[in-house]
Design a protein around this ligand. Structure first.
Ligand code: AMP
Ligand code: GLY
Length: 423
């Protein structure tokens, strides 16, 4: 197969890396891709938002299978366009992608199909939202309805904070159209985990459960980021809990997707809160997670090319999805200032030394090669140092040994990735 991956970050690098090991994949393209993966994927200079351009390019180059990394092109209808052109592509159609694109849409879906989630109310009028808040007590969670680049959720510890978040959405319109509605919901307490599944419209297969670390600082302090590190499998989800997730989340999600009539053949990501009162779905994403992909895919024993082709052909039930007997950890190295403003173009050293261990891979999230052939930073999340081992401490030690060999000005990373799973 000739395969194209869409996107350019760490998630796309690991997708390409895993596809490069597939027996059925002959050639890999990545649009736009990055210098960090150009040894295994030919870059295609088309941006992820140019759906028409990507579709024509895939037709002209007879791409057999396209895999979409980020949510924006999925919500914007990339899959609809590709399928109308007869191209094979992994992802939901634009309606199914609204599970991520609109929190209000996702809530209604969960209510219709009995999927456990936080109790919530939604508002489009400022006065109504404020009146509702006056009858509540803190903590409470305020969410902008639409895509807000990870900045749309406020876990408010006081009502004043909640009111400010509501005003930002409905009054000052910080998120534009994405803030036309707000969702106000109960604040849940528990450990968070990411359960990502592959759905082919008729079958659903849960992948290895992972745990992301969203806040920038150790001990989950500071502002939220895209994710500062992850590990899989997480022991927080044992066989008993996995069976509950299948029963309460995966099966009804598939049932909903079928009954709604969406053409959903791709990844479905359930962001879970494991509470004392049971599992709750915090959010859906319609794609692989980043950095979850960097820990789930290295643990996959099954051929990813075959698995994704089966997902497209609706034959996931015929694939034996196997996992390596290993724990994988990834530590994200971020630019100084991230998730706030940061500078780019800092020289990076130590990449080869870090990758010299056979059980370590450094995935590139935001880097570029300069004209002299030196690596430079080019994003907030710069690198994702991934390592595996027989158990979590072994994988952690290896990932941190790798991270310690890399340097760039302003670099920071969390030193506690995976600690929440240690006894
Ligand atoms: P979301 O984009 O919905 O995943 O929200 C981002 C983060 O906000 C989550 O990873 C949680 O840490 C937190 N969060 C979202 N909803 C709730 C909730 N109902 N209760 C507590 N924390 C939440
Ligand atoms: N790691 C969180 C996400 O991909 O949304």
């Amino acid at each position: 197969m000739k395969v194209m991956v869409i996107g350019s970050g760490g998630r796309e690098h690991v997708l390409v890396w895993k596809l490069a090991q597939s027996a059925v994949v002959e050639q890999i393209f990545c649009a736009p891709g990055s210098d960090g993966m150009s040894d295994i994927a030919e870059p295609v200079a088309i941006e992820v938002g140019d759906i028409a351009g990507l579709c024509s390019w895939a037709m002209e180059h007879a791409i057999d299978l396209t895999v979409v990394g980020p949510e924006a092109p999925l919500c914007a209808g990339l899959v609809d366009r590709f399928r109308a052109a007869g191209l094979r592509v992994i992802g939901p159609d634009s309606i199914g992608a609204q599970l991520e694109g609109s929190k209000s849409f996702a809530k209604a879906f969960m209510q219709r199909y009995g999927i456990p989630t936080a109790e919530s109310e939604e508002f489009s009028r400022l006065e109504d939202a404020l009146a509702y808040l006056r009858g509540r007590s803190a903590p409470v969670v305020v969410k902008a309805d639409g895509l807000a680049a990870g900045k749309g959720v406020t876990v408010a510890h006081t009502l004043a904070e909640a009111e400010a978040a509501v005003r930002e959405c409905l009054e000052t319109r910080r998120f534009g159209e994405a803030g036309n509605k707000v969702i106000i919901e109960e604040c849940l307490v528990g450990q968070e985990a990411s359960l990502i599944a592959l759905v082919d419209g008729e079958h659903i297969v849960g992948l290895l459960p992972a745990q992301d670390h969203k806040p920038v600082g150790e001990g989950d302090t500071g502002p939220n980021t895209g994710g500062m590190g992850a590990y899989a499998p997480t022991p927080l989800i044992d066989a008993r809990l996995m069976a509950e997730i299948e029963e309460q989340v995966l099966r009804p999600s598939l049932e909903g997707i079928r009954r709604e009539g969406w053409d959903y053949r791709g990844f479905l990501y359930a962001g879970l809160m494991l509470t004392e009162r049971g599992i709750r779905v915090l959010e859906y994403n319609c794609r692989m997670g980043d950095p979850e992909a960097q820990v789930i895919l290295p643990a996959l024993e099954t051929d990813l090319g075959l698995l994704l082709a089966a997902c497209h052909d609706r034959t996931l039930d015929a694939v034996d999805v196997r996992w390596k007997d290993a724990v994988v950890v990834t530590v994200v190295l971020a630019s100084g200032g991230y998730p706030g403003a940061y500078e780019k173009g800092k020289a990076i050293t130590g990449l080869e030394e870090a990758a010299s261990d056979p059980d370590t891979v450094v995935f590139h999230a935001g880097t570029m090669l300069d004209q002299a052939g030196e690596w430079r930073t080019a994003g907030g999340r710069v690198l994702s140092v991934t390592a595996w081992g027989a158990d979590l401490p072994a994988a952690q030690a290896r990932a941190y040994a790798g991270a310690a060999k890399i340097r760039f000005e302003g670099m920071h990373y969390r030193k506690d990735i995976g600690d929440k799973a240690l006894p």
